[in-house]
Design a protein around this ligand. Structure first.
Ligand SMILES: [Zn+2]
Length: 387
């Protein structure tokens, strides 16, 4: 997800990375602090001094965001979850959990740790401002500490908005999850609340834009759209995980599919296999040995007038690691393979023999049915803790 992230440090064993998009935000923060915020307090200050203050405040904010994410990461590690790293990007920071929390209580403590850290930082900076005033540090230090105290308080409160997958949304889901014991239903409710908030934030942004505050309005609109997209994606990922829990390709593939022969002409194939059985993809066998497959896309590339003379063996796509999967591949791995390669149909092999075929349609059917009526009864969906 973070293709452009640059590794900048390692703290407590966590990789700290900065996405290129954060640099844009850093520049915006410096610019707005140096041209609008600090000049109000220091009208006589010169540009270089204002820039130094703005950069110092930006670095303070940068450190605060990392502390917020570190708090999530450290608590998650205490609960035995693995964290791949911390990345700062356009909309703040994210601690990337390699696995999801296993219970509502775990999720609650991990989620609340970040805003708690931001509250502590706000208090700490407020206290620093007091002390620097007492011991007579320059007014600039006082102003920077004051700014950081306010911004951390805002960060803590903003993150506590019950919008999933932000911290507050996770707290809400943890509470629903603990009460009902149903993770999927709790996530659905949390996403519904989240969507209401996201549309509210977008409406506020639009109001600002139409009132003439273009720059101030764009930011909430972007955040609202980001929330809508990420909450939807989180729910879809969870529903997929639940639908495929413990299921392998063998459990939902098409067994004994219609097949084609190498010595068949394309017109024979089209009329007696594709049209006859309403299929678009057929494994090719010779004496029971799987050779590969043909599909309607391959046939369409050949001029229709040649269909009677061109044989299946002339156009066959030979079986290989790209177009075949094993019976015991998990549904989730298959899904990942489809997303990565864009391929929609696979031969399923078992000990080098054809076991069946599996298509994207089969995969989506499993997800849709599970979404409508819940996972298959033999499954008790549970999240497995990492070793
Ligand atoms: Zn957080």
């Amino acid at each position: 997800m973070w293709g452009n992230a640059i590794r900048i440090a390692r703290i407590h064993g966590f990789e700290i990375k900065v996405d290129a998009s954060w640099l844009l935000i850093a520049a915006l923060i410096v610019w707005s602090l140096a041209t609008a915020y600090f000049p109000v307090e220091f009208p006589d200050a010169r540009t270089p001094a204002l820039l130094v203050m703005a950069v110092a405040a930006m670095l303070g904010l940068f450190g605060s965001l990392i502390v917020h994410e570190l708090a999530h990461a450290i608590v998650a590690r205490r609960f035995g979850l693995r964290i791949s790293g911390i990345t700062l990007f356009l909309f703040g920071g994210v601690a990337e959990l390699q696995s999801e929390p296993v219970s509502g209580a775990t999720e609650f403590w991990i989620a609340i740790a970040g805003p708690f850290a931001s509250f502590c930082l706000a208090l700490g900076f407020w206290f620093s401002a007091l002390v620097s005033d007492i011991i007579g540090l320059p007014a600039a230090a006082l102003s920077i500490f004051g700014y950081l105290a306010v911004i951390n308080l805002v960060l803590a409160l903003f993150n506590l908005l019950p919008a999933f997958p932000m911290d507050g949304g996770r707290v809400l889901r943890a509470w629903l999850w603990t009460r009902s014991g149903d993770l999927v239903m709790s996530t659905r409710h949390a996403v519904t609340v989240s969507n209401v908030i996201a549309y509210g934030v977008i409406a506020l942004g639009l109001y600002a834009v139409f009132s003439g505050a273009l720059a101030a309005g764009l930011w909430p609109i972007l955040i609202g759209l980001f929330l809508l997209a990420t909450s939807r994606a989180s729910l879809a990922r969870l529903e997929t995980e639940v639908a495929f829990d413990g299921r392998t390709v063998a459990t939902f593939m098409t067994r004994d599919p219609w097949t084609a022969r190498v010595d068949q002409s394309l017109s024979d194939l089209v009329n007696n296999v594709f049209l006859e059985h309403a299929i678009t993809f057929a494994p090719v066998l010779e004496n029971g040995t799987l050779l590969g497959y043909v599909d309607t896309q391959i046939v369409r590339k050949i001029d229709r007038e040649h269909w009677t003379t061109v044989m299946v063996e002339d156009v066959i796509e030979n079986v290989n690691n790209d177009n075949s999967v094993f019976c015991d591949m998990t549904g989730l791995d298959l899904m990942a393979r489809i997303m990565k390669t864009g391929r929609r149909k696979f031969l399923v092999v078992d000990a080098e023999r054809l076991a069946g075929v599996i298509t994207l349609t089969d995969v989506l059917a499993v997800i849709n049915v599970s979404r409508e009526v819940g996972p298959a009864p033999h499954q008790s969906y549970s999240r497995t803790a990492p070793e």
